[in-house]
Write a protein that binds this ligand. Sequence first.
Ligand code: HEC
Length: 157
Amino acid sequence: MNYRYNLARYTLLKVHDCLETDVKLKTWFTVAATALTVFAAQAQEMSDDEIADRIKPIGQVHVAGAQAAGNNAAAGGAKSGEDVYNSACVACHAAGVLGAPKLHVAADWQPRLDERGLDGVWQNALNGINAMPPRGTCSSCSDDEIKAAIEYMIEGI
Ligand code: HEC
């Protein structure tokens, strides 16, 4: 009798425990489900902006690449050194603005070439040096087009 009573009590307690756990679980699931719904809604809301943000840099890179290709295509491949010089370098290098070495003037170029060689002055033209802006401001010019412009400027020296 005593034993049965205890068993019954124990079972009741367990059922009670279970129910309580069950209620707790239900509450937890409800909270979790609500949180998930809110999160999902936010994720959904954010995704449009985020997608736009994520596509943007790729789009820009792509457009920049397309433009470069377009320039080359329009010019029938790489621009000649003379073309680059006339469009980007002439403003300073014709008259020697700010001490720029002048077109085809050996006295201006020879000391620079002696000191750094063609590769050295080429690197300085790409990176900029003192009042010489990087790439002579021709940001769409390829490394080789800048080199061709230099070769044009030092032609015959
Ligand atoms: C805004 C004026 C300006 C423009 C535009 C410009 N340059 Fe220069 N460049 C300079 C000046 C100034 C120097 C002399 C810098 C110094 O040595 O202090 C110079 C120097 C150089 C040198 C010599 C670098 C060295 O190491 O001695 C090269 C090569 C050169 N320019 C190439 C170019 C090319 C190629 C272009 C066109 C794509 C260009 N520059 C456009 C102003 C300019």
